[in-house]
Design a protein around this ligand. Structure first.
Ligand code: NAX
Length: 304
């Protein structure tokens, strides 16, 4: 029998966490024959809610779920984890300056990076979901230098899946017949262009309007897709979008966490090379890189 994989979910008492943990426990993320131990972290004010989630996980009697750690202690949460899905963060509240929000998230990601650095399993793979996702991932990378930079990523798969969904709806074909869209750059409104693009960019806002809550099931499902493809590989002839540490491909500045088209094999992603970039796309690729560079500078100015 396979050894259980330890999967950390931070912000596990939140909306996305609530949708994500049962998917992981059912094998959606790592496959139907992979046992898992869930590590769930949240902050003290959410401790009771977190315990409620743990009670529901017990009640669901998932055969693959071999254990649950529900804690507000970051060291306990990070100990020996093989996969870390970072959903917890500080949300932007009305009237707050961007810099203040950045500063809170920089502090969170700095301390969680240190805990992962010291206590996670060697070769732990990290996915940052919490916004600003690219920059939180970059801070995490900076403060967890012993984790290989190839192991630190951020989620742009939701935007990728939203684009697949839009193509499927517009062409009236099943979404399983659509592949190889690309999200470049930041998980933000600079990622794409055109009317189709505006729909994808503003999809999050449209969901809040309709549901009075932000996307959760689609975000959770995309996080599972991201890790599954990374660990188990992308299908032949298919690429996906992942926010990863730029090596300068496509003239994107090195040293940013930037979304690229990637294929995955043997637990490693590779940027798809040689795709043609037209003039409009070039402008957009540069614009989103500029935005990320500016965000990086803002984040660094919060470090003291
Ligand atoms: P919620 O506010 O429902 O949940 C966040 C949870 O994180 C809360 O339970 C909170 O107590 C916890 N938390 C706060 N600080 C923490 C800390 N230091 N350590 C551990 N836990 C902490 O938000 P939810 O709707 O679940 O969204 C979570 C994050 O995902 C947000 O930052 C959101 O902006 C981001 N998103 C990113 C997406 C992406 O594609 N990259 C899409 C979906 C989502 O909007």
């Amino acid at each position: 029998a396979k050894q259980p994989v330890r999967v950390l979910v931070t912000g596990a008492a939140g909306q996305i966490g609530y949708a994500l943990v049962p998917m992981i426990a059912r094998g959606v993320m790592l496959g139907p024959d992979q046992p898992v131990i869930l590590h769930m972290l949240d902050i003290a004010p959410a401790a009771e809610a977190l315990n409620g989630v743990k009670m529901e996980l017990v009640d669901a009697a998932f055969p693959l779920l071999k254990g649950v750690v529900a804690t507000t202690d970051v060291v306990e949460a990070c100990t020996e984890v093989n996969i870390a899905v970072m959903v917890g963060g500080f949300p932007r509240k009305e009237g707050m300056e961007r810099k203040d929000v950045m500063s809170k998230n920089v502090a969170i990601y700095k301390s969680q990076a240190s805990a992962l650095e010291k206590h996670a399993a060697a070769n732990c793979k990290v996915l940052v979901v919490a916004n600003p996702a690219n920059t939180n991932a970059l801070i995490l990378k900076e403060f967890a230098p012993s984790i290989p930079e190839k192991n630190i990523s951020c989620l742009t798969r939701l935007d990728h899946n939203r684009a697949l969904g839009q193509v499927s709806e517009r062409l009236n074909v099943p979404v399983s017949d659509v592949k190889n869209v690309i999200i470049w750059g930041n998980h933000s409104s600079t990622q794409l262009h055109g009317e189709f693009i505006t729909t994808v960019q503003q999809r999050g806002a449209a969901i809040i309007k309709a549901r009075k809550l932000s996307s959760a099931l689609s975000a959770a499902s995309s996080a599972c897709d991201h890790i599954r493809d990374w660990v188990l590989g992308t299908p032949e002839g298919t690429w996906v979008s992942m926010g990863v540490y730029s090596d300068g491909s496509y003239n994107v500045p090195a040293g940013l966490i930037y979304s690229f088209p990637v294929t995955c094999r043997n637990g490693e992603w590779t940027i798809v090379q040689g795709l043609p970039i037209d003039e409009l796309s070039r402008k957009k690729l540069d614009l989103t890189a500029e935005e990320l560079t500016e965000e990086k500078e803002l984040a660094y100015s919060c470090l003291s």
